[in-house]
Ligand binder design. Sequence first.
Ligand SMILES: [Zn+2]
Length: 86
Amino acid sequence: MTAIAACWTCGTEHLEHARFCDGCGLPVEDSETRAEYKQVTVVFADVVHSINIAATVGAERLREIMAELVNVTAAALWRHGGQVHR
Ligand SMILES: [Zn+2]
């Protein structure tokens, strides 16, 4: 039997064709199924007193204001190489 890789959790080397780690019992993942971790920056915005604004300008105008806020924010993120997922 040949060891093919080490367990990312306990470090035990996996046996060839092993489906589970001999050291900790976790499923053996190959490079195609292993999760990929990336560092991301998430922008979250909360409009202070949006309920009060809605009461003043009405729901439709608030929707327009929020849409413009999203568009302006998205444009700034795109300029800096970001992506926007709504
Ligand atoms: Zn393990």
